[in-house]
Ligand binder design. Sequence first.
Ligand SMILES: Cc1cc2nc3c(=O)[nH]c(=O)nc-3n(C[C@H](O)[C@H](O)[C@H](O)COP(=O)(O)O)c2cc1C
Length: 376
Amino acid sequence: MTDATSPALPAILEPLTINGVEVRNRLILPPMCMYACEARDGVPHGWHFQHLGARAAGGFGIVVAEATAVTPKGRISAWDTGLWNDEQRDAWAPIAAYVAAEGAVPAVQLGHAGAKASTVPMHPGVPAGEPILEGPDAWATLSPSGVPATSMPANVRAMTEQDVAGTVRAFADAARRADEAGFGAVQLHAAHGYLIHQFLSPLTNTRTDGYGGDFEERTRFLRELVAAVREVWPADKILGVRISGSDWVEEGWGIEETVRLARILEEEGVHWMDVSSAGLGDRYHGPKGPGYQVPLARAVKEGTQRMVVSAVGSLTTPQEVEEVLVSGAADAVCVGRAALANPNGPVEAALELGASAEQAPMARQYFRATWGPGAH
Ligand SMILES: Cc1cc2nc3c(=O)[nH]c(=O)nc-3n(C[C@H](O)[C@H](O)[C@H](O)COP(=O)(O)O)c2cc1C
């Protein structure tokens, strides 16, 4: 309700309902690898707690934990988190509980890096993303056709049908553990050139066994994953998919196929699609600049009936984010790197867009910050 003392809510603060789950606002912390599992055991710890917890307290509506591997071979690097065993599940549980206690929906991105596994972590002073080919942090990787995802040297082999079936089971097992750990949403990582994307794109999928070929065949792996996850993931929680809306190359995966897939996925029980782009090949061929991926999100939004769609990528100012929502291009917006720099971005954005301190998603412990200089 609006009156003289409570200004109209900016669009970023409007609650959002996804599959019956109430999300307090439209701002999403996207998954961001922390490469912080120094013990190489995939077990999250204090770093992950403070990183995700601070951004839940900072006001995000959904807080998505980083690409979390469903098998050891599926890790981007040896420092990634996992959900392939119960020790990892039990370590995630207090993190998910804390994020929920701060009012955000705790989510986790489930991923398998495929041919982009076994790489150098994004730590300062190292060539991030380069494959590690030998030593204790290296392993042989898997991809649909043994085609590397970049031109860098790779120790990769084509997946057998048994590998495919095992990976589908691993995703479902990880989803079951995510539920047991208390997550309210899972997001399948089908973007950025990792395993699922490697199946979707003709650039990396040359299989001839029913998992490669035309659109139906290249999307089969993801459709099987969705079906397997749905068997274990509660019907009243959120099931999401992050997709690369385009490879940005003529002969690659494109936005028409993305929209066609989104229509199928909404029939098959996916509630939320987060639309990113690119990830295969060495060079980025697409557009750049603020909101450069928003047109892809809009295409999915306009091409589907019920799908909740989020936009992501170089959306940093409150006004840019607000405009995406007001224009109807997407239902929600992810803010990544800006949130690394400032965990309280949602609160600051809300205040800048004219919300009152009471309306802003501010932790009550920090409310005194609004009293201003000189207040006691
Ligand atoms: C440190 C870092 C780690 C990332 N890790 C992941 C990840 O685990 N999964 C994923 O889908 N995207 C990952 N991304 C991409 C972000 O989720 C996001 O899509 C990207 O940063 C663009 O949004 P921004 O411009 O708001 O930062 C990562 C980005 C950064 C900066």
